[in-house]
Design a protein around this ligand. Structure first.
Ligand code: GCO
Length: 466
């Protein structure tokens, strides 16, 4: 079996991580990431996104590289304060023009732009008015979305609302290690969360209402995913239960986002856990939040492994010290995409798009001038084989977006984590396509069939200590 003919092969990146020119003379407003980059100790080594990959000035070169790699689609995001420096009101025409030119170049190169409306670069001007805690915040977002949709929807047909609320609310407003760096109590965190859910729903409505072409809309959440320790029915059920239950007050519980969006209600176990610190739900809110979407985007990098314990409950199996890990120290769990997509599809019956997947490797330009990254090729081979397996078992997966087309600014980790298929020298801005980039090109051109030549063990290492 190969991948379906209409399966979409792409790469992803995000505005703040690659564009640079964030606080430039071109009238962009600041984002909360610009704000936090100035705080000592916030980002490793004092790195900032002020220049990053200078994609704002070099986007044509980057689109040429994407074309040379035969990408069919590219998932980009729009920097809200670049187009609306104050978050609302006056438009920065030069900023909007940048995205128009980028979209046009992609289309000329035969690459379909899939646009994420918010990937964490929140306008400081709105943060100063309370940001996601302000009850107007979902309307601010909807107004911004309307502007973008009016400008781009004659050419863009695939949209994502918010990227990873678990990160920008959970890490941004609860643990504080992402921008805007707040550590709030559960009640406030849930208020921000609820406003983000409303923003998602209003964005979906806005896209449907104003899009010039029929739009396909998804969300791109992230959450803690799980894989079963063995293929036994009991471990599979344990992994499924673990995925969907609310385990603690973290925003990384899958159901805390998915249930409101896809079922129109918060999960009971979460409401019970938070009690009076739960989200401030007003009449009508859940209808707004649960607007019909066309697919679920999955940003998945790794999973916990779960088995059924003696009392029949899910139990997390710990990874031994010698377990394979990426440069980020994330465990390599080849079955993550296979099981997560299957569990989600069985529960919600919505098409799935893998919107992010990849790994960081501390790779460098070798003496021969090339970048050899066999671990990335191996990782992608294993994970994408899991996608193939899921499709074979009937899961409706429409596309795969590797994270990321190029090395970039990895948030609080600065430039210390390289996720790209293309190496970036941040001093010279030289781009070097890595071995994995050429491999991915072959994968796309063969419609995934080069995977047939390999037979990656799905259970790897064989028993994860189970
Ligand atoms: C994410 C982010 C990306 C990260 C990537 C690697 O959506 O978490 O979208 O911005 O760079 O996930 O950590």
């Amino acid at each position: 079996m190969s991948f379906p003919d209409n399966f979409v092969w792409g790469c992803a990146a995000a505005s703040y991580q690659i564009e640079g020119s964030t606080q430039d003379a071109k009238l962009s407003g600041e984002s909360v990431w610009d704000m936090c980059c100035k705080k000592e100790g916030f980002v490793k080594g004092g790195d900032t996104g002020y220049v990053a990959c200078d994609h704002y000035n070099r986007y044509q070169t980057d689109v040429e590289i994407m074309k040379s790699l035969s990408l069919q689609a590219y998932r980009l995001s729009i920097m809200w304060p670049r187009v609306l420096p104050e978050g609302t009101g006056k438009v920065n025409a030069a900023g909007m023009d940048f995205y128009e030119r980028l979209v046009d170049s992609l289309l000329e190169a035969g690459i379909d732009p899939w646009v994420t409306l918010f990937h964490w670069d929140y306008p400081v001007a709105l943060f100063n008015k309370g940001g996601w805690l302000n009850s107007d915040s979902s309307d601010w977002f909807a107004d911004y979305v309307k502007l973008v949709v009016e400008k781009l929807s004659d050419r863009v047909t695939h949209w994502f609302t918010l990227n990873e609320p678990a990160c920008f609310i959970g890490l941004g407003h609860q643990t504080g290690n992402h921008a805007p760096g707040l550590q709030l109590a559960d009640r406030e965190v849930n208020r921000a969360w609820h406003n983000a859910l409303l923003a998602h729903g209003k964005a979906v409505k806005t896209i449907r209402e104003f899009s010039k072409k029929p739009a396909r809309i998804g969300a791109a959440p992230c959450f803690l995913t799980s894989v079963p320790a063995t293929e036994s029915q009991r471990d599979i059920e344990a992994a499924r239960q673990y995925l969907f239950k609310i385990r603690d007050n973290s925003m990384f519980n899958a159901s805390w986002w998915l249930e409101p969006v896809l079922s129109g209600k918060y999960p009971e176990d979460g409401l019970a856990l938070f009690g009076e610190n739960g989200p401030p739900i007003r009449e009508g809110d859940m209808d707004i939040i649960s607007q019909e979407i066309d697919f679920i985007g999955c940003n998945i990098y790794h999973s916990v492994t779960v088995k059924e314990d003696e009392s029949g409950q899910p139990e997390v199996v710990s990874y031994p010290n010698d377990y394979p890990r990426t440069h980020f120290n994330w465990p390599v769990t080849p079955e993550a995409l296979r099981w997560s997509s299957k569990f989600l599809y069985e529960r919600y019956n919505k098409p799935i798009v893998i919107t992010e997947n990849g790994l960081s490797v501390n790779d460098w330009v070798a003496v021969d001038g090339e970048v050899h990254d066999p671990q990335r090729i191996d990782f992608l081979t294993r994970y994408i084989s899991g996608v193939k397996e899921a499709i074979k078992q009937g899961v409706d997966i429409r596309g795969y977006f590797q994270w990321s087309i190029m090395d970039n600014f990895e948030w609080a980790e600065g430039f210390s984590q390289r996720f790209g298929l293309v190496h970036v020298d941040y001093n010279s801005q030289k781009r070097t396509i890595k071995d994995s980039g050429f491999w991915y090109k072959n994968l796309i051109e063969s419609k995934g069939s080069i995977l047939e030549a390999t037979n990656p063990l799905q259970h790897w290492p064989s028993d994860a200590g189970a």
